[in-house]
Design a protein around this ligand. Structure first.
Ligand SMILES: Cc1ncc(COP(=O)(O)O)c(C=O)c1O
Length: 378
């Protein structure tokens, strides 16, 4: 039996583990240090740590574990946005063209409009459902970098990573995939042809709504070195406590995803059966427009569902009637939450559009609470 053949539960706990040492803790404790003893040799002779902004032992443990899930070499960042920035900025210069999703996480669009454009990088926004056709038409031929987000947040559209990767390879462009919604257990973009996979580990990977983290993984050593250089220069390195807590939290990823997905399946049916709701999206529901591709491309479902209530007032009434579904942004945590996306003013969604993130409370309790609150809407 090899680590490659382990199931998701085993990998969530054991990924990246070093050989056991008698007397050592099962999971190394955080090493709180900024500089390390250099001794009387040249810095880092013999591979010793020197200064924690570049790397540190607790971060290495966490990165080894996440990299094993992604099947690449991982670099961890202070937030998901720091990871996305590190996957894009080191590889572009003035005059380059970058293609991003028009319907993905909105701060990625702000990174393009408020930062990249300022440095003369051209950015084009393409809907997730249209990127494959754009690739087939040859529209990516002059791109330097293409970023996909699949399933997209918040509308949960799915695009074909392998198909787009064929076009980016032919164009000599880099393909970056934001894998946040799926998680490294739910999808392995590097195996589908992506050059870099990124994730906001603030979401399900760590999953307790008490941490900000992000990561980048790649199988290409030159890309890895460039991104490591970027992190060292810009200083977006997580500290030891975050890295240790992220690693500890990741151990339960398989269990949390299983419960969240089981609840999402039930929740999607309740929503679909309610006259107060339309446009239910969960890519693993057989009726979903993304179902066929999700089932082919992804490895397992997760707990993020979206739907539309009549209007803004209906959302507030619905939330007022809920006991367990809590109004909060973000997703993938142990608490079940509802986010009215239009309130942030950045997504092209209807005023009553909500993203539900199923937590790990009992499915029956969550379904009962949801059904009661929906019946209040008439
Ligand atoms: C798909 C996606 N990518 C990236 C991010 C950014 O992550 P962070 O908030 O950790 O910077 C988010 C945050 O919501 C997200 O949903």
């Amino acid at each position: 039996m090899t680590p490659e053949s382990w199931g998701d539960g085993t990998r969530s706990v054991r990924a990246g583990e070093a050989a056991p040492v008698p007397g050592a803790p099962l999971r190394p404790s955080p090493v709180f240090a900024a500089p390390f003893h250099l001794g009387d040799r040249a810095p880092r002779a013999g591979g010793a740590d020197a200064y924690a902004r570049t790397e540190h032992p607790t971060l290495r443990d966490f990165e080894t574990a996440v990299g094993e899930l992604d099947r690449g070499r991982c670099l961890s960042f202070a937030t998901g946005m720091a990871a996305i920035t590190a996957a894009v900025l080191p590889f572009v210069r003035a005059g380059d063209r970058v293609v991003l999703p028009s319907d993905g996480y909105y701060t990625t669009r702000l990174l393009a409009s408020d930062e990249l454009e300022r440095f003369g990088v051209r950015t084009d926004l393409v809907p997730t459902l249209e990127i494959e056709a754009a690739a087939a038409r040859g529209d990516l031929h002059d791109a330097r970098l293409v970023l996909l987000e699949t399933p997209s947040n918040p509308q949960l559209d799915v695009c074909d990573i392998a198909a787009v990767s064929r076009a980016t390879r032919a164009a000599g462009a880099l393909l970056v995939v934001d894998n946040t919604t799926a998680t490294p257990l739910g999808q392995r973009p590097l195996e589908l042809g992506a050059d870099v996979t990124v994730g906001s580990d603030t979401k399900a990977l760590t999953g307790h709504s008490d941490l900000l983290l992000g990561h980048v993984s790649t199988t290409d050593d030159a890309l890895y070195d460039r991104i490591a250089g970027w992190r060292g220069h810009t200083g977006s390195t997580p500290g030891p406590f975050e890295a240790w807590l992220g690693h500890r939290s990741m151990s339960t990823l398989d269990l949390r995803l299983a419960r969240q997905a089981a609840t999402a399946a039930a929740v999607a049916e309740v929503l679909a059966g309610s006259p107060a709701v339309r446009g239910v999206r969960w890519p693993w529901r057989a009726e979903d427009p993304s179902y066929a591709l999700a089932a082919r491309q992804m490895l397992r479902p997760n707990g993020v569902v979206s739907a539309e209530l009549a209007d803004e007032t209906s959302v507030w009434r619905f939330l007022g009637a809920c006991r367990l579904w809590t109004a909060a942004t973000s997703f993938g945590g142990v608490h079940s939450t509802v986010d009215r996306r239009a309130q942030w003013g950045a997504d092209a969604v209807a005023p009553g559009f909500v993203r539900l993130s199923c937590g790990i409370e009992d499915t029956d309790d969550l379904v009962a609470d949801l059904a009661a609150a929906l019946s209040d809407l008439g």
